[in-house]
Design a protein around this ligand. Sequence first.
Ligand code: ATP
Ligand code: MG
Ligand code: MG
Length: 288
Amino acid sequence: YVRWPLTATQRRKLSWVQLAGHKGNFKAADEGTILKKFSENEMECFVKLRDDALLPFVPGYHGVVEKDGESFLHMTDLLANFNHPNVMDCKMGVRTYLEEELVRARERPKPREDLYKKMVEVDSNGPTPQEHSQRGVTKPRYMQWRETLSSTHTLGFRIEGTKKHDGTCRTNFKKTRSKQDVIQVFKDFVGGDANLIKSYLNKLKEIRQALNASHFFRQHEVIGSSLLFIHDHTGKAQVWIIDFGKTTALPEGQTLKHDVPWQEGNREDGYLWGLENLFCTLESASNE
Ligand code: ATP
Ligand code: MG
Ligand code: MG
């Protein structure tokens, strides 16, 4: 229960939105900041990003904090400077699981009933006869199947969710695959405003330049990371790089190109190829 009139902070808390991940992974924190459930891996990424070309495009990182006996990463709330923002989460890359997850699942498969049920919900013919009889699918198998439904394989990115200024949320993009489908989602997201698309295109150009200059990017397999698009009615538009939970350092001296096909063993993630396709898709959306 919140008393009227609302303070600015209360308003923000009410309109804060999480478009992916488990509910409960995030908590509100001091003015303009949020807490994300601690992960060693993500923390190490934030620390390394402190002196990298990508720093201007990632949420500010303010260290590890304990709350109610749990650890969290303290970071800037990217929505804090907006009123009634529109938000979209685009997961980047041609692959959404780590090579090591694939190897582990092969060596000791752990079929999960929850993932089996999720698969059947979308397509009762999704599971193989064996998966049907054991009523379980492994995590990488589930993720690979989802990649083929969405635009992850065909475009190198996929839309995870959107929230519009009027409060309507959509996370049902599991089958949004074709370029035309994605164009429609973007046009709806910006309310048909071609200037907003132009602003987003400029932001993506800046991000591409920063990625090309980034040592961090060259030295990491970037899996499951998203671009977070945010705009409001004033025309202010921003794009941020978020979610380093599965971004993994390569062995010393090794680098990735990020724009060549993935073959198991090469650890390529297709991030730059996806960014190029995202750019072209947005260009098409602004010309239609
Ligand atoms: P998953 O791995 O399933 O994608 P996750 O638990 O790693 O989820 P994130 O992807 O980092 O979580 O974030 C989930 C959602 O929370 C994002 O889609 C976005 O809507 C919101 N979010 C994350 N970080 C921020 C931030 N710094 N400011 C504002 N919103 C954020
Ligand atoms: Mg995420
Ligand atoms: Mg994550």
